[in-house]
Each structure stands twice: as structure tokens, then as C-alpha cells.
Design a protein around this ligand. Structure first.
Ligand SMILES: Nc1ncnc2c1ncn2[C@@H]1O[C@H](COP(=O)(O)OP(=O)(O)OP(=O)(O)O)[C@@H](O)[C@H]1O
Ligand SMILES: [Mg+2]
Length: 594
């Protein structure tokens, strides 16, 4: 491998832009270089989230002294020997990364080719600061310190060490998933955060870097169409998360954040997951180099496919096939036809177009004003699933007159409560309604000095990654006020002693995992109180009244009664309606009685 200066015509074809914007992007470039150098083991050590130093050592091919000097020049690379940007198989190809980093930090390269002596070269913010012999094992070690120290305009955009560290961990996880054949170790401020051995199998590698529960809760994807292949690990829909951060996507071994791929993933899981839940997935797309352009983004995190339809179709089809095979039949997609069938009572279908029943369903004015979620979405959601349960009619029907939300008559699809009101029918989305009630209850409780806690019979240990534990630990005081009593339990676990009483016998594991994820998205300056609706929504999600849970008539009526006395209960925390109504007069109209 020898480094050359790229000719002008090639330089001009390279996607220009910012290569290094934070410690994680510098780290990504260094580790990618180690991978390209054929390393089998890559050891990374960071201090203060990479803000004060980043150190990457590999056992790859190394560089001779003259190559080290060349590597620091712009547009000098060993990876484009024949001008064919289209068919690069290495992660790098521009010859941009090292000089970019060297211009905004203090950078030292030490390198040694097997059988030769080592050499070092130090560049401080673009200026040569020293070079000479160095003692090191064959391979390369690069140290970057004080990133942006002399570029205050850039330094001020950096986040706290904790957030920068989290971004670094994400970079390493992705690269380590892409290359299970390589061993990676990551240390942060002297503590080991990641250690994976070389020559691992991919599913084990993905599980080690994400969630050890993934193995039992996922399917292996392995699918090929023409020259394109799709492989990886896809979490079962039941193994979902509250944020989309656990979707690892790769194209030809390169971690990408590609909108086409993310969209395809969403489509594949669409009917299997609630709108606000996300799967845990690591998917690897491999296709011939001439069918994908990797040279479209300065940080190389996006790609362009020659045939996007083929790739999208494969992901949707391949994932669906794998999930279906696992015995998790996908739910029927709700459609306008569902409405038509229902309206007609199975006889001659009426045209399913919305205007067929003008003003048929009324929903709360507040939600209508919010402009989100048309009533037709809600009606379409009412798929003609069989009644999950209908109470036998032996008891005297309760008086409906006293209750605006009516009296529960049954539940549909374990998700919707059907109630009879004095002048018609009310259908409640039990989960959306409960989420709203939890938020309102939390608001009241917080105003009164805190949310009531319920001690767990046995404290529960929840295993999480270290960053999530750090984030939760930093918020322990606030979470206690919200009814969740946590304690740090070793580097990668939290101990839960009590949960908010209002959630009933909810899912504590899921709640803590989601909160840990979600805190990553919160600005550290914001208090949880300011984010109360998010926290409440997350809590409600893991409370006992979920979509898909069969409720007793008493539970259903209790929910209806609480909705009647709770302000804003007509819309969920996202502005969608929590219930719809069909007036008796409209029912009569449906049957042609009016
Ligand atoms: N860890 C390493 N081991 C061996 N050689 C390296 C290492 N890091 C860099 N090099 C050499 O230095 C050259 C320049 O690296 P640099 O990252 O700046 O550019 P690149 O990898 O060629 O392209 P890109 O800018 O897309 O990353 C590489 O082409 C490679 O030959
Ligand atoms: Mg590079």
C-alpha cells in the first residue's frame, strides 16, 4: 500500500464539506483508517468524552516515515490507486481525514511497518511540531488531543463530555458490528466500556453491543435477490424500544444513517408496532459497488442507491418474511374497506369513501383543532376484528344517563373500549386515554409535592448500557419525585426499589430502559419537570392499561369515569383524539332509518 497525491480531476469529484465536527467524527475517521489498514485488534482510549484526548492504536499494516508525512497532506491516499471512486472497497478514499483533524487539534502519529523501525510525527493545529524515531509494536497509534482548542467558534458547539462520549460509543458500536472479525476495546477515563474479541459471529457481536436479551428476541435475516443481499438481526416487534436509536444500518460494511433504509425499516414493522415504538435492528445490505454511490456526504454517513426501489423492496419484503416465519403473523393492515364492511353490515358494501356518513363520528373539539389525526384514521383503525370480549347481558344494564362517556359494553381488539352513552356509542382508545390520564395525574401530583410511590416486593435489577445508567443516575432526584426510586447497581445496571403507584403492576424493566434511552434525547439543561409530558407518556406506556390488554368491565368503567372528570382527556399527549362518538341519529342514518 503506497500513498499518492490524488490528481486534480479526482479531488474535484470528492464530496466536499466538514469532515470533523466533534470528537466522535474524529474517532470514526481514525478507527476507519485502522480497519482499512487490516487491523485485527483496535484499542481506543478516550478522556473526557474525547474532548481532551482520543487515542487509537491498531496492529494493521503501519506506515513508513515518508508515508506518515504524506498521510498528513490533503488529498493524499493509498486507497484510490486507479481513480475508480465508484468501486472503492475501503472505508476511506478521500485522503481528507488526517489533515482535517491535524488542522484543528494536536495530533501525533506513531507508526511502524513490520520488520522496520517505528517513526512519529506530531502536527499541532496544522504546524509540524516534531518528528523522530518511536518505539511501538507493528501497527499505528494516533493520538488527538485538545480538539478545537484553538478554534473557539467550533469548541462552543461541542456538548458536555457525557454527550460527546455517548456519541463516541455509538460510533464504535456501529463499526464493531460492521466488523465482527476485528476485536475492539474502548476505555473511557480509565474505565473499560467495550471489549469484544476478534472472530465473533455477527449475531453474537450485535447482541454483545446492544442487549443480551436480543438473542432470544430476534430473528436472523438472510436474504438475497439478484446481486443484492440483506442480512443481520431483527428484533421481534415485542422487543421494542421507545426511541429509534437502536437501528443499526450498514451498506457494504459502512455504517449509514440513510433515510431510504430507515423508511423501509419503518414500513416493514409498520403494522406490528405502535406508532411511537421502534424496533432494535442491525441490518447489512451488500451490493455491487457500482450500484451504490458512497461519495455523497462529507462524513460518508449517507449513500445513494442506483435502484432505490429494489433495495427498499428487499428490506420490506426480507424483514417481513423473516418476522412472519418466526410465527409472528403481521396484523392486518387497517383500510378504508374495513369501514365499508362495517357500515354495510356485510351486505352490499356501501362506497367506503369518507363522505358516506357526513359528521358520522364526532370527536372532541380540542383534538380537531389540534389538526392531527383525522377522524377517518380513527375509523379506519376500527378494523373488523372479532369482539375480544362482550360481557354477558344477564346483569341489569347500568344507567347510561348519568355518564357522558357512557357505560362500557365491551372491548374490541383488546385496544378499544366500546361504551353505550345516552345518545349513542363511544369508542375509546384505551391506551391513548390512559396516557393522557397519567399525564394529568402526574401534573396534579407534582403540584402537590410529588408522585406517590409503590415499593416493589422485590427490588428489580435492570441491566442497561453504561451511558443509560449514567443518565438515569444523574436524574435520580427528579425521578424519585416522579415516583420512580432508582439506585445505581454496578457499572451497567440500575436497581429499582419503587415505581409510580398510579401505573399499577406495570412493566418496570421496560419503563427504566425507555427512560434511559429517552434521557439521551433531552437537553441536560432541561429539567424532567419541563419534560413532564414525555416522562408521563413513557410511564403510561408501561402502565397496566396498554393497548392489547384485556380489561375487565370494572376497569373499563373506571377509565371512562376518570376521563369524565379529567381536563383535556379528549386528546392524547400527541394531540390525537382519545375517543370518538357515533350518535344514535347517525347510526339510524347508517341503516337508512332516517
Ligand atoms: N491506522 C493507519 N494504518 C495505516 N495507514 C494509515 C492509517 N491511518 C491512515 N493511514 C494512511 O494515511 C492515508 C491518509 O489517511 P486519511 O484518513 O487522511 O485518508 P483516507 O483514509 O485515504 O481517506 P478518507 O479521508 O476518506 O478517510 C491513508 O490512505 C492510509 O494510507
Ligand atoms: Mg481515512
Amino acid at each position: 500500500m503506497s500513498i499518492r497525491r490524488l490528481p486534480e480531476h479526482l479531488v474535484n469529484r470528492i464530496a466536499a464539506g466538514e469532515v470533523v465536527e466533534r470528537p466522535a467524527s474524529a474517532l470514526k475517521e481514525l478507527v476507519e483508517n485502522s480497519i482499512d489498514a487490516g487491523a485485527q485488534r483496535i484499542s481506543i482510549s478516550l478522556s473526557e468524552g474525547g474532548l481532551s484526548s482520543i487515542d487509537v492504536a491498531d496492529d494493521g499494516c503501519g506506515m513508513a516515515p515518508d508515508e506518515i508525512a504524506l498521510a498528513m497532506e490533503r488529498h493524499a491516499t493509498s486507497k484510490l490507486p486507479d481513480d475508480a471512486i465508484e468501486s472503492v472497497s475501503t472505508l476511506g478514499f478521500r485522503g481528507e481525514a488526517l489533515p482535517s483533524i491535524g488542522s484543528v487539534a494536536d495530533l501525533t502519529i506513531e507508526s511502524r511497518v513490520r520488520g522496520a523501525d517505528g517513526w512519529y510525527r506530531r502536527i499541532d493545529h496544522g504546524v509540524l511540531a516534531g518528528e523522530g524515531p518511536a518505539a511501538l509494536p507493528p501497527g499505528t497509534r494516533i493520538r488527538v488531543s485538545n480538539l478545537f482548542a484553538k478554534v473557539p467558534a467550533r469548541r462552543k458547539f461541542l456538548r458536555s463530555a457525557r454527550s460527546e462520549y455517548a456519541a463516541c460509543v455509538d460510533v464504535i458500536k456501529r463499526l464493531a458490528m460492521a466488523r465482527p472479525d476485528i476485536g475492539f476495546s474502548l476505555e473511557h477515563d480509565g474505565r473499560r466500556a467495550i471489549l469484544v474479541a476478534p472472530d465473533e459471529r455477527r449475531p453474537e457481536r450485535v447482541a454483545a453491543l446492544t442487549d443480551r436479551g436480543l438473542a432470544e428476541n430476534s430473528v436472523i435475516v438472510d436474504f438475497r435477490r439478484e446481486a443484492v443481499s440483506l442480512s443481520g438481526v431483527a428484533g421481534l416487534p415485542t422487543f421494542n424500544r421507545g426511541v429509534p436509536d437502536h437501528q443499526y444500518l450498514f451498506v457494504n460494511g459502512r455504517p449509514v444513517k440513510d433515510r431510504l433504509l430507515i423508511g423501509a425499516l419503518r414500513a416493514a414493522y409498520q403494522d406490528l408496532l405502535a406508532r411511537d415504538r421502534h424496533p432494535l435492528v442491525a441490518l447489512f445490505v451488500e451490493l455491487p459497488g457500482d450500484q451504490v454511490d458512497v461519495n455523497v456526504h462529507p462524513a460518508k454517513t449517507e449513500v445513494r442507491f442506483r435502484d432505490p426501489g429494489l433495495v427498499r423492496g428487499m428490506i420490506v419484503g426480507g424483514l417481513r418474511a423473516a418476522l412472519d416465519e418466526a410465527g409472528h403473523r403481521s396484523a392486518q393492515r387497517p383500510s378504508a374497506a374495513a369501514l365499508g364492511n362495517w357500515q354495510s353490515g356485510g351486505g352490499q358494501p356501501m362506497p367506503p369513501s369518507p363522505p358516506a356518513i357526513p359528521n358520522g363520528f364526532a370527536f372532541p373539539a380540542a383534538a380537531r383543532e389540534a389538526g392531527q389525526g383525522s377522524v377517518w384514521d380513527r375509523v379506519a383503525d376500527f378494523s373488523p376484528a372479532p369482539m375480544a370480549r362482550a360481557e354477558p347481558a344477564h346483569a341489569a344494564p347500568p344507567e347510561t344517563r348519568a355518564y357522558p362517556m357512557g357505560v362500557a359494553r365491551g372491548q374490541v381488539a383488546a385496544t378499544y373500549i366500546v361504551a353505550e352513552a345516552e345518545d349513542g356509542l363511544v369508542i375509546v382508545d384505551q391506551h391513548a386515554a390512559h396516557e393522557r390520564l397519567v399525564l394529568e395525574r402526574m401534573r396534579r401530583a407534582m403540584a402537590d409535592g410529588g408522585v406517590a410511590r409503590q415499593a416493589l416486593l422485590l427490588p428489580e435489577v435492570v441491566e442497561l448500557d453504561e451511558n443509560a445508567c449514567d443518565r438515569l443516575e444523574a436524574r435520580i432526584g427528579e425521578l424519585t419525585e416522579m415516583g420512580l426510586e432508582l439506585e445505581r447497581f454496578g457499572p451497567r445496571a440500575m436497581l429499582v426499589r419503587a415505581s409510580p403507584a398510579m401505573l399499577g403492576q406495570g412493566d418496570v424493566q421496560g419503563l427504566v430502559t425507555d427512560l434511559g434511552d429517552e434521557l439521551a434525547a433531552y437537553d441536560e439543561a432541561l429539567s424532567l419537570r419541563e419534560r413532564l409530558d414525555h416522562v408521563a407518556a413513557t410511564m403510561a406506556c408501561h402502565g397496566s392499561v396498554r393497548a392489547g390488554r384485556t380489561l375487565s368491565v370494572a376497569e373499563m368503567n373506571a377509565l371512562l369515569r376518570e376521563m369524565e372528570i379529567t381536563p383535556h382527556s379528549g386528546q392524547c399527549n400527541h394531540g390525537r383524539p382519545t375517543y370518538v362518538e357515533l350518535k344514535l341519529a347517525d347510526i339510524e342514518r347508517l341503516f337508512g332509518r332516517r
